[in-house]
Write a new protein. Structure first.
Length: 199
């Protein structure tokens, strides 16, 4: 009997998932798990809500909740949806679980001990209004109708989101210091007054 571990892309915790999520990643993994079980393989089919990173933070902000409360509620909703669809998970967990944290730390330490981890600086856009760094998806949604002139090139923004955000961030990362974003306004600066986080 062959032992088979199956998982799918972990669904982000922000918002209720739709049929595209089910068809695109969860259902194919479920079909494969069922097939493997039918031919006698020893299958472990696991999945989890992805509760780390930008989607969880932005979902919590939109819901007016702290991240933990938001993730608790969304995990319960998603687990119920997948149960009602009859997905055959052996375990549907959470990336925030103590078990996942311990496993992640284990792999991190092994990679670090082997010299495969390095620290790098990551430049980001800082919002003094929010007291935090803003992720690219939030910049797209948040800032409207601004034009920036730098070296003869105009970066244009329109509608309800930033459409050329990657150009802005590329200039930021290149150290051009084209501007700092604030909700509803644009303020010029030449160097950040707060160091970028590393990671």
């Amino acid at each position: 009997m062959t032992k088979i571990l199956i998982t799918s892309a972990l669904p982000y915790v922000n918002g209720v998932k739709h049929l595209g999520n089910l068809i695109g990643s969860l259902l194919p993994a479920d079909v494969h798990a069922r097939f493997r079980r039918q031919i006698g393989d020893d299958v472990l089919f696991i999945c989890a809500t992805d509760e780390h990173g930008t989607p969880a933070e932005l979902g919590a902000v939109r819901a007016g909740q702290d991240v933990r409360t938001f993730c608790d509620a969304q995990h319960a909703i998603q687990a119920d949806i997948y149960r009602r669809f009859g997905l055959s998970f052996d375990h549907f967990g959470r990336t925030s679980s103590p078990q996942n944290s311990a496993l992640t730390q284990h792999f991190y330490r092994r990679l670090d001990d082997a010299g495969l981890i390095e620290e790098r600086k990551l430049p980001q856009v800082w919002s003094p209004t929010d007291g935090r760094f803003l992720p690219v998806p939030e910049l797209r949604e948040r800032f409207v109708s601004v034009g920036v002139q730098d070296g003869g090139e105009v970066v244009s923004y329109c509608g309800s989101g930033v459409t050329a955000c990657h150009n802005l961030l590329a200039m930021e990362y290149a150290g051009l210091g084209v501007g700092r974003l604030y909700p509803g306004s644009w303020s010029q600066y030449s160097a950040p007054d707060r160091p970028a986080e590393t990671g």
